[in-house]
Design a protein around this ligand. Structure first.
Ligand code: SAH
Ligand code: DHB
Ligand code: MG
Length: 221
């Protein structure tokens, strides 16, 4: 695989259409400096989320997996003035750094942080009959992706777009005997997605700055 060429083309796309400003660059640096894993989305993926948000006129967004708030910032920047994003993470250290980063990006008024297990928070939102989200980005731990998606559907309306990161795992999903819990989680999810007639869905595989992976995109019917 010509990974160098893929990275160069990803940079070409980013430099044209998904330019990182000083704020986004310094937030990536803060994630590094704090010893937090460098697994944020790439600029071109951030732009992809923004384009999908524009397609569904997203005002209310839910994110599972905040990390340092990098993807949160891409999405918050695509919100209208009265828009809101709720972002969930079970690691208080990650939420704290993200809170600082979102403040630095002057987006505090648009972002609500929830610290806790994604499944617990999803269940409480379902129980309190929260109004449906327009756009949902699932990017927390991979083994319960199917359950996250099932809850996301309960928090959706017709037209809601749900995006799930990391569903290809360098092609690891092709190995039917994989013992990797992350691979098994997304294999189970991808199968579930293929059998769910309540959504129009596909998977976009991606190569570039972050290696080989893919995002599932589903539109609720
Ligand atoms: N969306 C981020 C990256 C998220 S990385 C970005 O692109 O910028 C995955 C995050 O999920 C980590 O911060 C991790 O702490 C969080 N996470 C892992 N298991 C979780 C769980 N059960 N509930 C909520 N968050 C979880
Ligand atoms: C991992 C998690 C992610 O959300 C990601 O985008 C890349 C890697 C991981 O846990 O390995
Ligand atoms: Mg991810």
């Amino acid at each position: 695989m010509n990974t160098k060429l893929f990275s160069e083309v990803d940079n070409y796309i980013s430099n044209l259409l998904a330019v990182e400003d000083e704020i986004l660059k310094s937030i990536l640096a803060s994630i590094n400096e704090n010893g937090i894993p460098s697994i944020s989305i790439t600029p071109s993926q951030g732009k992809f989320l923004q384009v999908l948000m524009a397609a569904c006129n997203a005002k209310n967004v839910l994110e599972l997996g905040t990390l340092g708030g990098y993807s949160t910032i891409w999405m918050a920047r695509a919100l209208p003035n009265n828009g809101k994003i709720i972002t969930v993470d079970n690691n208080a250290k990650h939420t704290e750094l993200a809170r600082q980063n979102i403040a630095y990006a002057k987006l505090t008024s648009k972002v609500e942080f929830r610290t806790g297990k994604a499944l617990d928070i999803l269940h409480s939102m379902v129980n309190e009959k929260k109004e449906p989200f327009d756009f949902i980005f699932i990017d927390a731990d991979k083994p319960p992706y199917t359950e996250y998606f099932q809850c996301a559907l309960k928090l959706s309306r017709s037209g809601t777009i749900i995006v799930c990161d990391n569903v290809i795992r360098e092609g690891g999903i092709l190995d039917e005997n994989s013992e990797d819990e992350n691979v098994k989680g997304v294999q189970r999810f991808n199968k579930y997605l293929s059998e769910n007639s309540n959504v129009a869905a596909t998977i976009i595989q991606s190569v570039g700055a972050k290696g080989f992976d893919g995002m599932a995109v589903a539109v609720v019917r």
